[in-house]
Write a protein that binds this ligand. Structure first.
Ligand code: R7I
Ligand code: MG
Length: 338
């Protein structure tokens, strides 16, 4: 299907290769080194922040919950806040990483399709549903992913929504963060913008770990600069550049007017807002979450992305136990795990 794998892909891959070369040359030398135990602890931390954010954000599609935002009162946790496709797909990504030590794209596609068939009603995007049904029916993900949306691939926010744990897993090697996030995205989001969204979120997660360890300047301007120089050009990067200059005290309505809030379900109208929110609330998981739901838009996904990042900079104790208890229990991530 050579004709299907389009022009944009080559440009995108050239940029990713150039960026990797720069990163490998020691662009960001900070001595972060993780052993396997630390790596898995960080991945679990990120998944927990992502899943609780996803389930919390989803609650606010119920208009009856809107008044709770001003009161900062969490929704009734009975029986549970249910998580959505964001969490299901993030868990599949992590299972692939644990099984292979990298993103094995064929394995990831199989895991995505199997999870979709088991629970098709978790709120998947329309293109994602078509793709996962075809893969479950035996199609090669390469053919389906590049053929979506008239042959340009998806630029939805679905690759970004599950990318933070990749940044946690490869946090000590930013070249791998970029490469592996890109590979994880391609399986479902072949459009360069869908992939850039995933790379940006994974990089933000890796930077959040550096913030938590005091290895980087946590000034959002510095974090945005580290991010922007590593991203391929395009609407998502342009939005992130706008986010970089938006002050911390900008009213959330004005932030949404400038950056979007995921209403278009695209990487470009979701990821810039998420990075602004995460980088300005690095030490308060709950402040980040309330900002996501106050912004409206694609709130399960903005809260999943922001939660997957802030849980790494603020640490696991930043998630209140009432919130984690309210979230539907997560499936087992790895064999032998409780
Ligand atoms: O990106 P994706 O997995 O959706 C994720 C969202 C999150 O909010 C989840 O919580 C879930 O609710 O869905 O699913 P896709 O279908 O690949 O992309 C999402 C949407 O983006 C599509 O339904 C389209 O509306 C839009 N979109 C595009 N529109 C025009 N052209 C994605 N790619 C294109 C495109 O190339
Ligand atoms: Mg969802």
């Amino acid at each position: 299907m050579a004709g299907v794998h389009g022009y944009g892909r080559c440009e995108h891959l050239t940029h990713v290769a150039d960026t990797l070369a720069g990163t490998k040359a020691g662009h960001f030398v900070d001595g972060l080194s993780l052993n396997d135990e630390q790596r898995f602890r960080l991945v679990r931390q990120s998944v927990a922040g992502l899943a609780i954010g996803d389930a919390f954000g989803q609650q606010f599609f119920n208009p009856r919950h809107a008044p709770l935002i001003g009161l900062r009162q969490i929704p009734d946790p009975h029986p549970h806040w249910c998580y959505t496709d964001d969490t299901v797909m993030a868990i599949a990504v992590v299972q692939t990483l644990i099984a292979h030590g990298r993103i094995d794209q064929d394995d990831l596609a199989r895991r995505f399709a199997t999870a979709y068939v088991a629970e098709p009603d978790r709120g998947y995007g329309s293109g994602a549903q078509r793709l996962l049904i075809d893969i479950a029916d035996g199609a090669d993900w390469r053919d389906v992913s590049f053929a979506l949306f008239g042959g340009q691939g998806s630029m939805g926010n679905g690759a970004a929504m599950r990318a933070a744990p990749i940044g946690a897993y490869f946090a000590d090697d930013l070249a791998s963060v970029i490469e592996q996030a890109d590979l994880s995205a391609e399986v479902t989001h072949a459009h360069p913008e869908g992939r850039t969204g995933a790379i940006a979120v994974a990089l933000a997660a890796a930077l959040a770990i550096r913030v938590q360890r005091g290895l980087t300047n946590e000034d959002p301007h510095c974090l945005f600069r580290e991010m922007i120089e590593r991203l391929p050009d395009g609407p998502t990067r342009i939005g992130i550049k706008q986010a970089a200059v938006l002050p911390a005290n900008t009213r959330v309505e004005d932030t949404v007017r400038t950056l979007g809030n995921g209403t278009g379900i695209l990487a470009s109208d979701t990821v810039p807002f998420c990075l602004w929110c995460a980088f300005h609330h690095l030490h308060s998981y709950t402040d980040g979450m309330w900002t996501c739901v106050a912004a409206g838009g694609d709130r399960d996904t903005t809260a999943a992305i922001v939660g997957g990042i802030i849980s790494l900079s603020a640490g696991p104790e930043a998630i209140p136990s009432e919130w984690s208890d309210a979230c539907e229990p997560l499936p087992r991530i790895a064999d032998g795990e409780r």
